[in-house]
Design a protein around this ligand. Sequence first.
Ligand SMILES: Nc1ncnc2c1ncn2[C@@H]1O[C@H](COP(=O)(O)OP(=O)(O)O)[C@@H](O)[C@H]1O
Ligand SMILES: [Mg+2]
Length: 259
Amino acid sequence: MRSIVIASGKGGVGKTSISVNLAIALSQLGKRAIVVDTDVSMANVGIMLGIDRAPISLHNVLMGETNIRDAVYEGPGKIKYVPSSLSLERVKKLVLDKLPEIIKDLEPIADYVIIDSPPGIDRVTEAAVSSAKEMIIVVTPNPASLADALKMINMASKKGIVTLGFVENMATGDKTEIKKEEIETLLSVKHLHTIPEDPEVRRATSVQTPFLVRNPNSPASREIRILAAKISGEKVYVETKVKKGFFASLLDAIFGRKN
Ligand SMILES: Nc1ncnc2c1ncn2[C@@H]1O[C@H](COP(=O)(O)OP(=O)(O)O)[C@@H](O)[C@H]1O
Ligand SMILES: [Mg+2]
């Protein structure tokens, strides 16, 4: 089982969107993926999936009331997830320290555990990061998100967590954006993938449906599938409706799509 925390430092960069849709994309590749929500802020996993209340949450698991395997729910796109609860912020450090052990209990039922982390670098974030073996940093191509990302990478490295790289989200291609090569230099981590600014993502969030389910052919959906393939080392099937251009053909060549 691989455990990957999706972190950023800064809020609103797309961690929850990426966690949810990456898990769905991984399951479409035949992997058993589970999202664990450790964020109690507004657009958390449950809200993004249109499931606002769950009888058993991560809080009950942390309090020792139940096993994490009893807190796994299924949502749109057959996504499996463990919901957070508002009381998570109030649980004691001692209890939060159990998170890494608790995540391990998913081993019999998961190939991938995707941990959606809260913004900021507080004790909940630290517990979320510590419960994973690998980390993906989400940044947007602007300076504010990079300073926080750097703090996060340093924290993870002290704990021996491998940073797989960064995902650049909400890229518009505008000249004013920081280039991915510059981000690589600034953060000293590899560029994993870029997900464009895509109005379909915001629309999907507002109707509480994962964008990969609502519009599987939108630009963000295509890129999240490629990201899932890169992470899992699988070949990806890139659907193209329009006549293939050079870039699409190149992607097919790289990811081995058969026509
Ligand atoms: N690639 C994207 N294009 C457009 N909007 C996006 C994209 N990624 C995320 N968003 C939007 O940004 C907002 C914040 O995303 P969210 O995943 O909740 O961020 P975080 O979990 O980091 O706080 C949501 O409204 C979401 O729909
Ligand atoms: Mg979030």
